[in-house]
Design a protein around this ligand. Structure first.
Ligand code: PGA
Length: 262
């Protein structure tokens, strides 16, 4: 168990299609709060995944060389390096704009853009090759949960979206899994702590079966209606190594409270 306890928590914000130039102020405020925080407790790693239009402006605030504790990330990428893909973005472009990681296979992309596990897998490969961090999302719909298919669905998504063997490039540094029940996203609903523990334990076992010791170190985030009021309880569940936060990451004050809940 000690092995798991040593994992440095990771809190990721997902701004989705929200945020204008003026909202860079939220990041400035977060950076300030963190730098003035006198507490000596565990310092989680922090990443804010913002719309592509804000990436370089946000990266300027955090410092390209990572001067602050907050890293900036993207919300999707194309698996190819470049080419005729109107409206898409390669990982190299995200990196060029200052991103340190990228969310892949979010349920909104799976549902709205028909993203398959195979496509998410190809994107993860591209991210690993570029040296960025891939935050791969999995999670069941309410219908699937009610039909007791949660573990089956999450298992299938993991098998399809993650590289089968440990390729040279995949490591616990550049791979993160986010368990996000679709029905909990933006709804204010969350699974019970037992339900979260069940899925996270399953994900941990799957990662270890697949990647051995490295799989024991890959962080597993919970996402779906995490807020300042429930973060402490959720983050204390076994095999929850951090959170992927949507709505509550838009305001620096709320996001800071979630970070402090560790
Ligand atoms: P939410 O979104 O925190 O607003 O529920 C989470 C997510 O979709 O990543």
């Amino acid at each position: 168990m000690a092995l798991f306890k040593n994992l440095r928590p990771l809190i990721v914000g997902n701004w989705k299609m929200n945020g204008m130039g003026k909202d860079v102020l939220q990041l400035k405020s977060l950076v300030q709060k963190l730098s003035q925080d006198p507490s000596k407790g565990i310092k989680p790693e922090i990443m804010l995944c913002v719309p592509a239009t804000l990436l370089s402006r946000m990266a300027e605030v955090t410092g390209i060389a990572g001067k602050t504790r907050v890293a900036i990330g993207g919300q999707d990428c194309h698996p190819n390096k470049n080419g005729a893909h109107t409206g898409d973005m390669s990982v190299a472009m995200l990196k060029d704009a200052g991103a340190k990681g990228v969310i892949l296979g979010h349920s909104e992309r799976r549902a709205n853009h028909a993203e398959t596990d195979k496509l998410v897998n190809a994107k993860a490969d591209a991210v690993h090759q570029s040296g960025l961090m891939a935050i791969i999302c999995v999670g069941e719909t309410l219908k699937q949960r009610k039909a007791h298919e949660t573990i089956k669905v999450v298992g299938k998504q993991m098998r399809g979206s993650l590289p089968r063997l440990l390729p040279k490039l995949l490591s616990a540094r550049n791979t993160v899994i986010a368990y996000e029940p679709v029905w909990a996203i933006g709804t204010g609903l969350t699974p019970s702590l037992e339900q979260i523990a069940e899925v996270h334990t399953y994900i941990r076992k799957t990662l270890m079966r697949r990647y051995g010791e490295e799989g024991a170190k890959i962080r597993i985030l919970y996402g779906g209606s995490v807020n300042p009021a429930n973060a402490k309880q959720i983050l204390a569940v076994s095999h929850v190594n951090g959170a992927l936060v949507g709505g509550a990451s838009l305001k620096a004050a709320d996001f800071f409270k979630i970070i402090k809940a560790i």
